[in-house]
Design a protein around this ligand. Structure first.
Ligand SMILES: [Zn+2]
Length: 240
């Protein structure tokens, strides 16, 4: 169920049966030369549309947080970066408000790697407040399944490009894209590091992406996400 679509009376009614709020979190940033700047917003949006179709009666999906933290893609135009401090404080405040409004379970559905350090801070602070919090980082949590369908995964790689093509073929192109290796290591940082890490603002093999592979990814991953949400409920019974 989407919070965007209901009024206050319905919200009050919904709270009697729904105890889980999902906050979609994305980023506006460069994804190579070829994929939408909104890739990290669009992919969670589509995953959640499919999850809502399966179990919408058990979840309240909040409005998206579209801007996040991107140290890595900062050197590329089209990246709208928010500092870790500002971003983590803001997401925490939003999560805290869902908790105050009566949702003890909070799922941070994240579409972007650079957000992870901030969301870890948020998760721990919300947990200390009393909430039960799960973060879904789809490209990491379900990597073993993803590599079977799109082995050329990466930032703006085969997996992300296939998923946006599955949403709308106008959102990305694949012609003329060569596979890109990381130019340095993720555990080294310096000013402008992202330009070395992600040559031309991507990694992996987006040239191998197709909309069909994207559809396969959506179909394979949604049941795994639903299972994880159910595991969260089943393993924390009696805590809320
Ligand atoms: Zn991305």
């Amino acid at each position: 169920m989407y919070m965007m679509d209901i009024n206050r009376k319905q919200f009050s009614e919904v709270k009697k049966s729904i105890k889980t709020a999902i906050i979609p979190i994305g980023m506006m940033e460069a994804h190579g030369p070829h994929a939408s700047l909104g890739t990290d917003v669009l992919i969670p949006r589509e995953f959640l549309r499919r999850i809502d179709a399966e179990m919408g009666e058990q979840l309240l999906i909040g409005a998206e947080i579209p801007y996040g933290r991107s140290f890595g893609l900062l050197p590329f135009e089209g990246t709208i970066d928010v500092s870790t401090d500002a971003f983590s404080n803001y997401v925490y405040e939003v999560g805290k408000e869902f908790y105050r409004n009566g949702f003890p379970y909070i799922v941070l559905f994240n579409g972007h790697g650079g957000n992870i350090p901030s969301l870890q801070i948020v998760t721990e602070k919300l947990a200390e407040l009393g909430a039960i919090v799960m973060t879904i980082n789809w490209w990491l949590d379900y990597r073993h399944t993803i590599v079977e369908i799109t082995p050329g995964f990466g930032h703006g790689g085969e997996d992300e490009t296939a998923l946006v093509l599955a949403i709308d073929k106008k959102l990305a192109y694949t012609e003329g894209l060569q596979p890109q290796e990381f130019g340095t290591l993720p555990n080294i940082k310096y000013h402008g590091w992202g330009k070395d890490m992600f040559p031309d603002a991507y990694s992996g093999d987006p040239g191998a992406a197709t909309a069909e592979k994207g559809h396969k990814l959506f179909e394979a991953l949604v049941p795994l996400m639903i299972k994880d949400i159910e595991i969260m409920w089943n393993t924390t019974r009696g805590r809320v």
